[in-house]
Design a protein around this ligand. Structure first.
Ligand code: C2E
Ligand code: MG
Ligand code: MG
Ligand code: MG
Length: 274
């Protein structure tokens, strides 16, 4: 992008681009030491059964608190972690922490409330991913069925490697969920290629759903697709009671959102939900 200011006078970056670039460089730099400085924390958000209104699982969501940058949202730093490869150690930390925490909670509460963990495609492509995951499962003795891995439609772009990887995860007994369903890849053929257990409807469709007929139609269509493929459906971004009613009526199985609870730090989650 070159912005013309007049004859022979070009500015390569607009001030806004410069600012964005600077911020990105800062994030990249601070990310390098974030793990050793213990700057990451996992928050947990309940996943509710719409029929019984009971919690059936929880999603782990990473938080980053850096002394220079403050709180940096995952939507901003995860893509940078993916570009730099730092997502491999960070993702490993997430898997370990989430599985250990869940194993601990299952022991102390005696309730099989599963943990759902976001995994980047970059992590799946890491040749040591499976081995590391197996180790964590062994040391925590959490039953693999209590671990849900949330993957995104982008895995279909790396079908050659990921189909096999996903099959192996499935063999371990792990549950698989397609996150942000409806926003990414344009072909649905991957639904026949990957042994998925559930679809998570992207939050953009459920937010304000009961006031938006188009979003309602999209959600109904996604539920129909899920039923066709024998998959469970989870709606994300459920902020209002009316949305809940409507989702239950049209056969959505599970829901997650501010209506029930925002993501919470482990101690607070334990206090309120366990
Ligand atoms: P996601 O996996 O789709 O997670 C759902 C996001 O929606 C979370 O944002 C959650 O805080 C937010 N959310 C939950 N309920 C509501 C609601 O009712 N209304 C609205 N407006 N938002 C709601 P968050 O925590 O900022 O995470 C953003 C994304 O960052 C996640 O989207 C996921 O793609 C990624 N992410 C988060 N943690 C991890 C992680 O440990 N590893 C990887 N690879 N990605 C992660
Ligand atoms: Mg997710
Ligand atoms: Mg999502
Ligand atoms: Mg996402």
């Amino acid at each position: 992008y070159v912005k013309a200011r007049g004859k022979n006078d070009f500015q390569l970056f607009t001030p806004q681009m410069q600012q964005e670039f600077h911020r990105k460089v800062m994030i990249e730099k601070q990310l390098q030491t974030a793990l050793v400085n213990e700057e990451f924390e996992l928050y947990y958000q309940p996943i509710m059964d719409l029929k019984t209104n009971e919690m059936i699982g929880m999603e782990s969501l990473i938080r980053w608190n850096n002394k220079t940058l403050g709180q940096v949202p995952p939507d901003e730093f995860i893509s940078i972690a993916e570009e730099t490869g730092l997502i491999i150690p960070i993702g490993h930390w997430v898997l370990n922490t989430a599985i250990e925490q869940n194993a601990h909670w299952q022991k102390t509460t005696n309730q099989p409330i599963y943990v759902s963990i976001n995994v980047s495609v970059r992590q799946l492509l890491d040749p040591t991913f499976l081995e590391k995951l197996k180790n964590t499962i062994e040391t925590t003795s959490l039953h693999p069925s209590q671990i849900v891995l949330e993957i995104t439609e982008s895995i279909a772009m790396y079908a050659e490697t990921t189909i096999e990887k996903i099959a192996e995860l499935k063999k371990l007994g792990i549950t698989l969920s397609m996150d942000d369903f409806g926003t990414g890849y344009s072909s649905l053929s991957y639904l026949t290629k990957y042994p998925l257990d559930s679809l998570k409807i992207d939050k953009s469709f459920a937010i304000n759903m009961h006031r938006n007929d188009e979003n309602k139609a999209i959600i109904q269509t996604i539920i129909a697709i899920a039923k066709e493929f024998n998959l469970k459906v989870i709606a994300e971004g459920v902020e209002e009671q009316e949305t809940c009613h409507f989702l239950a009526e049209i056969g959505c199985d599970y829901a997650q959102g501010y209506h029930f609870s925002p993501p919470l730090p482990a101690s607070e989650f334990q206090e309120k939900w366990l």
